[in-house]
Ligand binder design. Structure first.
Ligand SMILES: Nc1nc2c(ncn2[C@@H]2O[C@H](COP(=O)(O)OP(=O)(O)OP(=O)(O)O)[C@@H](O)[C@H]2O)c(=O)[nH]1
Ligand SMILES: [Mg+2]
Ligand SMILES: [Zn+2]
Length: 287
């Protein structure tokens, strides 16, 4: 019987098949492959409820560790922790690098007074075909619209700790009953309430709750950013230099598209800021 790995604790895998969950063990001779089994894997289990085979993955992510993903839902709060455009674009770049479509949700919008920044972001994301959902603890929340995008898909939720990933899953369906943490003013971050990746069956698909992480935990380099920054992934091929970083190089296709208004100026400013913070790929090999 074929099933999907939802979660794992101490070598026991929770597998979902046809509406039923089973706790199973990998087979002896697959044991050396153990570390390769990951949440999201489709596996074959036999009558004794032992994993005997793993189907080929369509894709996989290192962080949050998962496989066979249809879309990434990037979650960012407007406060606690504070809205970071750099982080949103960094996550979007990461999704692009892995060729996984993405959506963005802003949480805690009930705490926003000035929508200028959010409206600009909404426009900029629209230009690159990325939907933005504004979520809040009031009647303006776009949770219903977000729920419509989840059917029949495996959606992995990613974002910093304390932004409200688990809360959002409870909003989708309170029956999930995910533990929610609190934001610590003293620490300046959430308290890592969710500790493991877990897939939750939902409307013929799955929603992945994941532990929050910091931007430092994503290995992205200047060169990746130049190739996979949202909106730049096709364009960079038209730049004069193949390793163009779209700063002051001559005949840069990205800069041209910003000048003629096809690409967002604000997003480019975020790009430059991110670029200045990320290391060169080459530095990796210097040591
Ligand atoms: N006001 C408001 N608070 C929210 C909203 N969404 C989440 N919160 C609060 O944010 C805090 C953190 O929520 P969690 O759902 O635990 O955050 P998380 O992203 O799952 O955090 P980790 O599991 O640590 O990665 C909780 O106190 C929530 O009540 C929202 O839309 N509005
Ligand atoms: Mg959580
Ligand atoms: Zn360029």
């Amino acid at each position: 019987m074929r099933g999907k790995i939802l979660s794992t604790v101490g070598g026991v895998y929770t597998i979902y098949s046809d509406g039923v969950t089973y706790n199973v063990f990998p087979k002896g001779n697959l044991r050396f492959k153990n570390k390769h089994l990951t949440i999201g894997d489709d596996v074959e289990i036999d009558d004794r409820l032992v994993i005997v085979d793993v189907y080929e993955r369509k894709n996989e992510l290192i962080r949050p560790k998962s496989s066979n993903i249809d879309q990434l839902l990037i979650v960012m709060s407007v406060v606690e922790p504070e809205l970071s455009l750099e982080l949103i674009y960094k996550f979007l770049t990461y999704a692009n690098m892995n060729k996984i479509p993405s959506l963005v949700a802003l949480t805690k919008v009930d705490k926003v007074k000035d929508f200028t920044k959010i409206n600009i972001l909404k426009e900029d994301l629209k230009k690159i075909g990325t939907d933005l959902f504004l979520l809040s603890y009031d009647e303006n929340s776009e949770i219903a619209r977000l729920k419509n995008t989840l059917d029949n898909k495996t959606t992995i939720i990613m974002g910093q700790t304390g932004v409200g990933k688990s809360s959002l899953i409870n909003e989708i369906d309170p029956a999930f009953n995910r533990k929610v943490g609190e934001y610590s003013m003293a620490l300046g971050r959430g308290k890592h309430k969710t500790k493991e990746v877990i897939l939750l069956p939902y409307n013929n698909g799955f929603i992945g709750d994941t532990p929050g992480f910091s931007s430092l935990e994503l290995d992205i380099f200047k060169e990746d950013l130049a190739h996979y920054f949202p909106g730049y992934e096709e364009l960079y091929l038209d730049c004069y230099f193949s390793d163009c970083l779209h700063q002051n190089e001559k005949e840069c296709a990205v800069k041209k598209n910003i000048e003629n208004g096809h690409l967002s100026k604000e997003a480019y400013e975020t790009y430059l800021k991110l670029l200045s913070e990320l290391p060169y790929h080459k530095e990796r090999f210097k040591k």
